[in-house]
Design a protein around this ligand. Sequence first.
Ligand code: ZN
Length: 312
Amino acid sequence: MPRPPPALTRRAAAARLLGLAGWCLCAAGPRGARAAELTIDGAVVQVEFDAHAFPENGAPLLEWLRRSADIVAHYYGRFPVARLKVRVMAADGDGVRGGKTWANPDAFIRVTVGQRTSRAQLQSDWVLVHEMTHLALPDTGEQHAWLSEGLATYVEGVARVQAGNRSEADVWAEEVRSMPRGLPQEGDRGLDQTHTWGRTYWGGAMFCLLADVDIRRRTDNRYGLQDALRAVLRASGGLAADWPIERVLRTGDAAVGTTALADLYARMGDAPMKPDLMSLWHELGVEPDGESVRLNDAAPLAAVRHAIMRAR
Ligand SMILES: [Zn+2]
């Protein structure tokens, strides 16, 4: 992975120019470049952006950064790294365009944002939560990109529901609509050998959902994937660590007293395992209804569904 480029600006006198507690908006370099610093549960997030490129000198961007970091910190019980640098690149138009995350060993996220992006668009953004989620998992290598991308895809929805940033029905509706893209197609050789977009993002997310439900089934709903992931983060320190996938799964399993992750990997890693998603939705009480879903609390696994989405 490439090293992030050097800092845009050097920090000078701290000032709370934005009127937001905990912010420090620091000295500008040329062309309005600014560095702001915020703290999330003791973690320090440095943000670099061109304040002149965004409305209100970038105040909505900084709110978005804090909100996204809080969502991820609540899911994992802490922010995944002690220090993070985020560089926000300005683009024409609106919307959050995409991001990329490094940790070698310093955690760094680069994200591109349209200059006319509204507060509402930032409020409903998934990209930054996805990128920050990458910080919590050790690097297991390109062959297992499905685990990293699948986790970020799955955790983004759950973590945002837990934080009140997205509705539960919206997340299930997206999974009902998109998870079939993660099913094996003709010629599939399992998640480790089939590096298509669908298998990487939604096949990986499907692994996470199946693992979450299985851990909860095996533990009478006492533990879930979230507990396993928190343990992996505590033991590894996250993305800066290089771990074999087996160690990640073993560490997660040990934390919840099961072999659910290793067992599922044995079935999905090098074979085209095809779960019956319609039956799974039905058991969880997720009933497809046009573009949306109805949630049925009388379903056999409704308590599991509630536990997945409940804030800790
Ligand atoms: Zn990703």
